[in-house]
Write a protein that binds this ligand. Structure first.
Ligand code: SF4
Length: 294
């Protein structure tokens, strides 16, 4: 048994003493996902009403030390490959089909592409997984899409997509008003849509959409129609979509008015999307999934 696993057995929060990397069993990934937090400073240019990142307590540290990050990731990769990870909770209850390394996910306490180290980090982790022979392990960027056309980010995306990369980009509705209300960003909605289509023209992307009950209301029929229209525009604009992931609030949020949308309503939205865009794969997730950036 490695020192790392023994340390975890002795002290349950051993993984969490890592500063940048963390393992999760991810239903969206259908396996083990090794998360990378490039935002220990909790920086984000969205302020989603449903954000689960703890912004009350000050961050443990604000800097990104890529050497330490790489060491942490190498240690986690070794634990997954050796199977030692599955000796400790909650990984010991993973189903057999979940006991596989699916991806490294850039998904932390903020927007990963805001970190100036983003491209360098992608390059390092691509090299690391190649050196360990983990050729099937994906590199997944989970992003709010605000910076997808920034030159430094494109540099990172080019490396990512050359190394089993996937982009999971957030689009939580179809109108500027809904975006302002739910995502509370100063970045114009039109900029998000422009970034999505520009990126999707170059590489197929996955759209992630969180629908919730906000102030006692689920998304209106008009909002869902507008959302479908934005998806349609992405496709007619030459963008390619791998699929859509629809999900809802999974844990307590700092905003008590942000609540999970009932499963039946989530299903109804998904059914409407499927009916309007039958060629597009639509998946629905109802409960807790990856921690951090949601
Ligand atoms: S949910 Fe993600 S995009 Fe929204 S504020 Fe939190 S970290 Fe930023």
């Amino acid at each position: 048994m490695s020192e790392l696993v023994q340390a975890h057995l002795d002290h349950k929060r051993s993984w969490y003493d890592f500063h940048y990397c963390y393992p999760v069993i991810s239903r969206r990934s259908k396996g083990v996902s090794l998360g990378v937090n490039l935002n220990p400073n909790k920086a984000c240019n969205f302020d989603c009403v449903y954000c689960e990142v703890d912004r009350v307590n000050p961050p443990r540290r604000k800097d990104v030390d890529l050497d330490q990050l790489e060491r942490e990731m190498a240690a986690l990769m070794d634990l997954v490959v050796s199977g030692e990870l599955y000796q400790v909770a909650p990984f010991d209850s993973a189903r057999p089909e979940q006991r596989r390394l699916n991806d490294i996910a850039f998904s932390g306490d903020g927007e990963p592409t805001m970190a100036k180290e983003f491209a360098e980090c992608v390059a390092r982790l691509a090299r690391l997984k190649a050196a360990k022979g983990l050729h099937d392990c994906k590199l997944v960027l989970i992003s709010d899409a605000t910076l997808l056309q920034a030159p430094g980010v494109i540099k990172g995306l080019e490396i990512l997509m050359a190394n089993q990369g996937e982009v999971w980009a957030k689009l939580d509705g179809g109108t500027e008003a809904h975006y302002r209300e739910v995502n509370r960003s100063r970045v114009p909605f039109a900029k998000i849509l422009d970034n999505l289509v520009a990126t999707a023209r170059r590489w197929p992307i996955t759209i992630q959409t969180l629908f919730l009950e906000w102030r006692g209301q689920g998304p209106s029929a008009l909002e869902v129609d507008a959302y479908i229209e934005r998806l349609r525009e992405l496709l007619t604009g030459g963008g390619r979509l791998e699929g859509i992931q629809i999900y809802t609030v999974a844990r307590a949020t700092p905003e008590p008015e942000a609540r999970p949308l009932k499963a039946a309503l989530l299903d109804a939205v998904a059914a409407k999307v499927r009916q309007a865009l039958p060629a597009l794969p639509v998946e629905v997730f109802y409960g807790p999934d990856d921690p951090g950036h949601v």
